[in-house]
Structure formats: C-alpha cells, structure tokens
Ligand binder design. Structure first.
Ligand SMILES: C[S@@+](CC[C@H](N)C(=O)[O-])C[C@H]1O[C@@H](n2cnc3c(N)ncnc32)[C@H](O)[C@@H]1O
Length: 233
C-alpha cells in the first residue's frame, strides 16, 4: 500500500530513496507499462491501495529467488504488482491474476497485450481469472508448476486463501501476503477501517504461517506489513 506522506517526513524520503536505487534495474519499457497501471489506479481513485514500487520490487525478487515458473496473484487491481510478479518469473512463465472487478480485469488484459515489447516480460503470459477469487479457486485446478501466491485481495478471506493454497499446491512454495498489519489492527489499534473480526482473522493468519514449523516465514515491516512464507518440501 502506498503512503501519502508529507514531503519532509522520514517515510516519504525513505520511499523516494528506495525507488531511486531500484529504478535503474528496470527497463524504460517496464517502467512505462508500470506507469500505465499506476495511472489507471489513479483514475479509479485507488492508487493508495496499490503497492509502492519499493514493495513491488521486493515481491518481484522474492519470486525470482524462489525460481517460480508460474505464480498466482489474488487481487490485482490495475496490474501494477502483477507486472513485478511477472518480472520475477522464469522465462516463459505464467501469472494467474484473480480479480473480481470487471473493469480492472478488462484493463489488466489490455495491459498484458504490451508485454512482448518489454524486455523483462517478453515471452511470459498473464492470465486474468475473473470474479470472486474464492469461487474461481473452487472451480480451478492449478497447473503443477504453480510456485505460490501473492495474497492482496479482500482481507477477511486471507485465512480461506491460505486453506486453498495448502490443499492444492504441492512441494515447496512461496506465499507473499500484503497488509498483514491491517493498519495496526493486529496490535490493537481501533481507529482503522478494519473490524475486530477482520483483525482476529488476520492475527490467526499471521500466527498460522509464522509459528508453523513447515514454513520458513517472517514479516517485512513495510508500513502495511508484508508476510513472506516459504513452505518447506
Ligand atoms: C489492494 S487491491 C490489489 C492491489 C494490487 N495487488 C497492487 O498492488 O497493485 C485489492 C484488489 O482485490 C480485488 N478483490 C477484492 N475482493 C476480491 C475477491 N473476493 N475476489 C477477487 N478479487 C477481489 C479488488 O477488486 C482490488 O482490485
């Protein structure tokens, strides 16, 4: 999630600094396509719920380090994070984007048509899975090479998404989950957009990954909290 900060603040300066160090590693074509995704989220007045470049870079590198050829994204908005996940995939890789909003799904499909012109994305494939992710997942058999999921859709369903992943993905896989601090609700802040029920669900979700010996997992303390969990074989 992006932070709208006062330009003199530490957080604003930090994010700008991180972006300036990461950006030279991205081709001009990639940056231009990412800007198209960003502009569309701005048009929808939803830029603030899309991840920052510095977070997107981290998930891209996580997927790369895990050596994934296919990956899933639950909640794609206008495709900004999807482009970074695709960047992290092995050549010829496929990303399955689950997105409920029909306008966003249409936009992502049009965005993906430009992938052949982007060095990091050429030869890769983005597939949009429309509708409610829980329903779409219930009717979907994932290809055997799916190496994990980035969870960034409706926060109350994170525990259900985890159940699906554990039941359907085999061997070692990588789970990335955004907003796992729920704006501080998980440590008791009440002045947040999240209900007590949502906070309790996320507390359970976090514990079930961080305290489970079948995973190597940790938090990255971004402003909204990014959880990284690598399922051991
Ligand atoms: C936080 S935004 C995703 C941001 C995106 N990952 C990024 O960083 O650019 C959450 C997205 O999840 C979608 N969403 C919400 N509930 C959903 C559901 N039940 N199934 C599928 N998508 C859902 C919303 O339409 C929205 O586009």
């Amino acid at each position: 999630m992006r932070i709208e900060e006062n330009k003199d603040s530490f957080e604003y300066g930090k994010l700008n600094y991180l972006d300036s160090v990461y950006q030279p590693n991205l081709s001009p074509e990639f940056l231009a396509l990412a800007e198209q995704a960003r502009a569309e989220s701005r048009k929808l007045n939803k830029e603030g719920i899309s991840i920052a470049l510095s977070e997107a870079y981290v998930i891209s590198e996580q997927v790369k380090q895990a050596g994934c050829s296919s990956y899933m994204e639950l909640g794609s908005l206008t495709g900004y994070s999807a482009l970074f996940l695709l960047r992290g995939l092995k050549s010829g890789g496929t990303l399955f984007c689950f997105e409920k909003d029909a306008r966003c799904a249409d936009f992502i499909e049009s965005l993906f048509k430009n992938m052949p012109n982007v060095p990091e994305l050429a030869g890769k494939k983005g597939i949009v899975m429309r509708g409610d992710a829980k329903e779409a997942l219930a009717n979907w058999k994932p290809p055997s090479d799916v190496g994990g999921a980035f969870i960034d859709a409706n926060k109350s369903a994170y525990p259900d998404y985890l159940k699906w992943i554990e039941a359907h993905l085999k061997g070692s896989y990588l789970i990335l989950a955004d907003n796992v601090f729920l704006s501080g609700s998980v440590w008791g802040l009440t002045d947040t957009p999240f209900s007590k029920k949502q906070a309790l669900g996320m507390i359970e979700f976090n514990k079930s990954l961080i305290q489970n010996p079948s995973y190597s997992s940790y938090f990255i303390a971004t402003s909204e909290g990014l959880l990284v969990a690598r399922r051991k074989d």
